[in-house]
Design a protein around this ligand. Structure first.
Ligand code: SAM
Length: 321
């Protein structure tokens, strides 16, 4: 599938729920309307849409949310998706709170790599960011995943005046633990406090002085650019929506938990695939709607404009980050 700007669309992020067991300060919009059960796609509906996407050339699916592991039956869904021969990979992004219990089943279902969101190694800071004291729980989940043979990458959102002071400690810990780490620039969505591109660039400059960062050419299909940290041997990624836009190479679209196809994380346009399914539409009709929609994929996000506006009502948790 190619959009009107010649970008190949090969990556689908699928939100299986808008619920999350954590209330991260930069993600959760307090009082946000939660979808009614009937509005959320059934697992069979998700599977059917994913199968159509796979026939259209999607190679990689990432399961996300909300918190994907709170959705009952998600492991079965993953097992069915990993069996689709057209897909090269099915991965998962999780906050890790339920991993200690589910890691062996996820491995058996065919998951080989996951991203675990972990912004701090300080339990009181985790409590203040997420609303729960879950650090030990998440660390236990990471160990369980690794014991089950799943490769874990840590995603850390860099927040001004909070987690930004912990980047060095996180680089050291991930290096020592043999975990890849990606630093994500906080995006002005939901209640997130905006941070200017200049601040992000200054921080990157600091890291380049503090550590020996050797660029890596590898591309995992996402927007991260990777370096090897010479001092720790660890792999470090940067996702830079604010300081270095990567939209010209964007290969992804998103399916929300209520069946909307979103063409850009930051843009409002979406196509209702659920209503096609629930009015008896065929797979061909779903495929046609997807292909037409892809032609309208916007050239890029508009996060810089959002920097000057009051907080956005759209949160990552509701859309599927
Ligand atoms: N619950 C899962 C988790 O925590 O990984 C999956 C959903 S969560 C919305 C996906 C990712 O989005 C997490 O890594 C989270 O930190 C990130 N995220 C949420 N709001 C963000 C924001 N405003 N800017 C940057 N990243 C954000």
């Amino acid at each position: 599938m190619q959009d009107s700007l010649g970008r190949q669309i090969t990556y689908l992020r699928v939100s299986v729920t808008d619920r999350c067991d954590l209330k991260c300060s930069y993600c959760n919009v307090p009082g946000r309307h939660l979808l009614d059960r009937r509005e959320i796609l059934a697992l069979e509906e998700i599977e059917r849409i994913c199968s159509v996407f796979a026939d259209l050339g999607i190679e990689k699916i990432r399961i996300t949310g909300g918190e994907p592991l709170v959705r009952r039956g998600v492991v079965d869904l993953i097992r069915h998706l990993t069996a689709l021969p057209q897909l090269q990979e099915v991965t998962l992004t999780t906050n890790g709170t339920m991993l200690d219990r589910l890691a062996p089943d996820l491995a058996k279902a065919g998951i080989k790599r996951i991203n675990v969101s972990l912004d701090s190694l300080d339990s009181s800071r985790i409590q203040s960011i997420t609303g729960r004291n879950v650090l030990d729980n998440v660390l236990g989940g990471i160990s369980a995943a690794r014991d089950a043979g799943i490769k874990v990458k840590i995603n850390m959102v860099v927040l001004a005046d909070t987690t930004d002071g912990e980047i060095d400690a996180m680089i050291r810990w991930c290096g020592m633990s043999g975990l890849d780490l990606t630093l994500i620039e906080v995006m002005p969505m939901g209640p997130a406090k905006p941070v200017s591109p200049a601040t992000h660039k200054t921080r990157r400059g600091y890291l380049e002085q503090r550590w020996s960062l050797n660029p890596l050419c590898e591309n995992t299909g996402g927007p991260a650019k990777y370096v090897r940290v010479a001092e720790t041997g660890g792999k470090l990624g940067f996702i830079t929506p604010m300081s270095a836009c990567f939209c010209e190479g964007c290969n992804r679209v998103r399916l929300t938990s209520n069946g909307l196809l979103k063409l850009c994380l930051d843009r409002g346009e979406s196509i209702d695939l659920r209503s096609i399914l629930r009015t008896g539409g065929s797979d061909e009709e779903v495929a046609q709607a997807i292909m037409t929609a892809i032609q309208g994929k916007p050239p890029g996000h508009d996060f810089l404009a959002a920097l000057n506006q009051a907080g956005s009502v759209r949160s990552m948790s509701a859309i599927g980050g």
